[in-house]
Write a protein that binds this ligand. Structure first.
Ligand SMILES: *Cc1c(COP(=O)(O)O)cnc(C)c1O
Length: 362
């Protein structure tokens, strides 16, 4: 790795493409003859407006977002979306949630502040190591939407097939899989993603929302900033946005377009994940934590037979230049997050190291 950089397997904030960081560095002191850094620019200036508009249009191209969907850049990261979704989408005050781990539990707890939540499927019985069957859910007629966390960052599960929502609006938290593979936006009412997992700097979420879900009749308690319509009506410039994150995310959108788009990313990500899963499937020391058919391409949790050995492997990895392999504190073990920006060589080098560790310690 150039610049003495490390292979960083963090779940987020996470690696960004080196090419993008280099471009940002080159533009740092004087962005394209403007005489200033993007961090110093007025968000109302023509030069920033162009950065924002290009970011949106490149994301639209990448995901082939239909014209009847708005793209919003909202501050507050992922967690604010746990509240914005029920505040904006609960009309009847009833929503269905699928519980697949820590992030869907947080979403459920937050939604309960605003209405009735029905948990219509759960994988809590086996420590969230799989995605429950969602082909015939019991969805009440008055449900406003069905909510999923499409990739559970901590547990390493992902939906390879979307739930049958029985005609209700599907809402998805795509934070840790956003732009990792093609996505048919028309199947969702709302997609949101905190950007610090697979795109750019923390503190912002991208929201893709179908226009008919924007409302003028929100309850009075909903803060102006937390209405999706506020952002839609103002091109995400109602107040000073996270200009820096928008700029960096825009660079990543452009980078992805230049490198073959989401089809190419999916192919790369499948190959990268296969290298790691294939190793785990044949290892005598390490075991993957997730049911095979529900494995994430982005977050790969695994364990050794003991907590002590887990910690020893994490330390050995760090010493060898593989950083942030400790599993989330709520589940333990190890976790390798291998988002778009993790090069294939990083995964190959990690597997080579783990193989050698196994040979010496098994
Ligand atoms: C990280 C994460 C969040 C929370 O994001 P913050 O920006 O830290 O609030 C929500 N959902 C998923 C799936 C995540 O991985």
């Amino acid at each position: 790795m150039k610049y003495g950089r490390t292979y960083n397997f963090s779940a987020g904030p996470a690696m960004m493409p080196e090419e993008v960081l280099e471009e940002i560095a080159a533009e740092m002191m004087n962005y394209r003859g403007s005489g200033m850094c993007v961090m110093e620019m007025s968000h109302r200036s023509a030069v920033f407006q162009q950065i924002r508009d290009e970011a949106e249009s490149n994301l639209r191209k990448l995901m082939q977002i239909p014209d009847n969907y708005k793209v919003l850049f909202v501050q507050g990261g992922g967690t604010v979306q746990f509240a914005m979704v029920p505040m904006n989408l609960m009309k009847n005050g009833v929503a269905c949630y699928i519980e697949t781990g820590a992030w869907s539990k947080k979403a459920i707890a937050e939604a309960r502040k605003y209405g009735e939540v029905q948990v219509v499927a759960s994988s809590a019985d086996r420590n969230f190591s799989y995605i429950p069957d969602c082909s015939n859910l019991e969805i009440p007629d008055n449900a406003d939407y069905v909510y999923i966390c499409e990739n559970e960052t901590i547990h390493g599960t992902t939906y390879h097939q979307l739930p049958d929502t029985k005609g209700k609006i599907l809402v998805a938290d795509q934070s840790s899989m956003f732009l990792s593979r093609p996505c048919d936006v028309s199947r969702y009412g709302l997609i949101w993603a905190g950007v610090q997992k697979n795109v750019g700097p923390a503190g912002m979420a991208v929201v893709i929302i179908r226009e008919d879900l924007l409302r003028d009749d929100l309850p009075a308690f909903v803060p102006t900033y937390l209405s999706y319509k506020t952002h839609a009506d103002n091109d995400s410039l109602y107040n000073t946005p996270n200009c820096w994150s928008i700029y960096c995310c825009g660079k990543v959108f452009q980078y992805l377009l230049a490198h073959g788009g989401l089809e190419a990313m999916a192919k790369r990500n499948e190959e990268k994940a296969a290298i790691l899963y294939d190793f785990l499937d044949h290892s005598h020391l390490f075991t993957g934590a997730v049911r095979k058919e529900d494995r994430s391409l982005m977050n790969v949790p695994f364990v050794t037979p003991s907590k002590e050995q887990d910690a020893a492997v994490v330390a050995a990895c760090k010493a060898a230049g593989f950083d942030n392999l400790k599993g989330h504190k709520s589940v333990g073990g190890l976790r390798a997050s291998i988002y778009n920006a993790m090069p294939r060589e990083g995964v190959e080098a990690l597997v080579a190291f783990l193989k050698q560790y196994e040979a010496e310690h098994a």
